[in-house]
Design a protein around this ligand. Sequence first.
Ligand code: NAD
Ligand code: UDX
Length: 469
Amino acid sequence: PVKVTKICCIGAGYVGGPTCAVIALKCPEIQVTIVDLNKARVDAWNSDDFDLPIYEPGLEEVVRQCRGRNLFFSTDVDKGILEADLIFVSVNTPTKKSGVGAGFAADLNYVELATRRIAAVATSSKIVVEKSTVPCRTAESMRTILEANSKPGCRFDILSNPEFLAEGTAITDLFSPDRVLIGSLQTKEGKDACRSLTDVYAHWVPIERIVTVGLWSSELSKLAANAMLAQRISSINALSAICEATGANIDEVANAVGKDSRVGPKFLRASVGFGGSCFQKDILNLVYLSESLHLPEVAAYWRQVVEMNEYQKGRFSKRVVDTLFNTITGKKIAILGFAFKADTGDTRESAAITLIKNFQAERALVTIYDPQVLHSQIWSDLMEASSGVPLETIKRQVSIASSALEACRDAEAVVIATEWKEFRTINWEGVYSHMTKPAFIFDGRLLLDAEKLRDIGFKVTVIGRGERL
Ligand code: NAD
Ligand code: UDX
């Protein structure tokens, strides 16, 4: 097997950045270069004051230790490719917006462009690692492209090495992964390439956690893992609707169910709906794959996980309107949290976007506060969600506050959309005294102590609880 000394990662995003920064930290003798076409992003990774393009607890410390030593960020994609003996392809694979499979299939254009660039530039053999989440058998297409365009004497071995990190906990997930999955062809060359990558991870990951499988199993396992995680959330959210209708308490149900060691306690927190760049995209991808394979029942099964999530967001919005005496027109509603989960500034597919859109449609006045998300990001998300409504028009209904207290001033209702810990320690008495009465709180994240809030005077509605306000 080739001993890896130089790694290039194409794509300096949420996955490529943290993953390869951690490889650089743990493998000081390997030179790691992360390249990206997006100059602003690369500049941010290189900024003197470490104003990194993504917020991730612990990431800055890792970058501070390695940048300039054996970790480099660059826009020179070709140089990165030329020098490396192992290349991660970690570009985005969003859901296709048009053409065949629009709304379901993964857009593989960026993967293909990166692959073609590798073939065009490489003058020596490379191990090419598919890090992006892709449909089953994409590695096959990458191999065909590479082989059809390679220079004489260059061979390309393709590996699949999907990433399982979750945002907000990326660094701890990377330091101590449940498993690292590497898929390869079961040929001698394929297995050798797999050894080379295994040796990189073995610098810090116990060998029994490095799982090696066939290429297609590896690709499918990534989609399967995300589909099953999302399915747990849709299952608990479906049960939360029953709780609200019956007076059962979803926290108690989840706790009781999760005590069964076959089910386990994690990932059973009812919410306003899952968000993030992965779950919906990857399930839709699996739905498309199932349909392409003429398995309509399988496709329908997984599609329901996404439909339940849409239902949950709509159901929560409706509960807010119903509770506020069936109209929120002209009422001020404070939205606490805009990120799709706590500890990230990422807003992709955030449930908050849908809630706000629904409240806008009811002609409410919305004020948003989030401790991490950039204001410019909030505006661009709301513009995209309202397809073409000018920013000036949106701003007549929506504003952004710089603290939770400011967002809640004169509001009729507060909606918890993201589970930021700091919302627990807000001075709720102070908030109450500045709100219009009756003052309502809608906890979409099971975050707050409802009884304490009721003692202050709030009318509290909690997801998955059908009790008195
Ligand atoms: P991202 O959008 O944050 O980053 C991708 C980067 O690739 C962008 O900066 C883009 O400019 C760059 N890029 C695209 N085409 C390029 C090219 N031809 N040459 C150079 N740079 C190019 O995306 P991400 O969140 O890091 O996700 C990357 C992949 O990892 C996706 O397939 C995603 O499904 C998967 N994934 C994401 C997560 C997550 O939590 N975000 C977790 C696991 C897997
Ligand atoms: C997910 C997978 O967890 C990760 O393994 C994969 O690599 C990428 O996709 P991510 O989307 O970053 O990671 O975050 P995750 O913690 O999975 O949360 C996704 C969404 O589900 C968030 O909106 C979160 O708030 C929500 N969620 C999570 C719940 O509503 N309830 C839960 O119990 C857990």
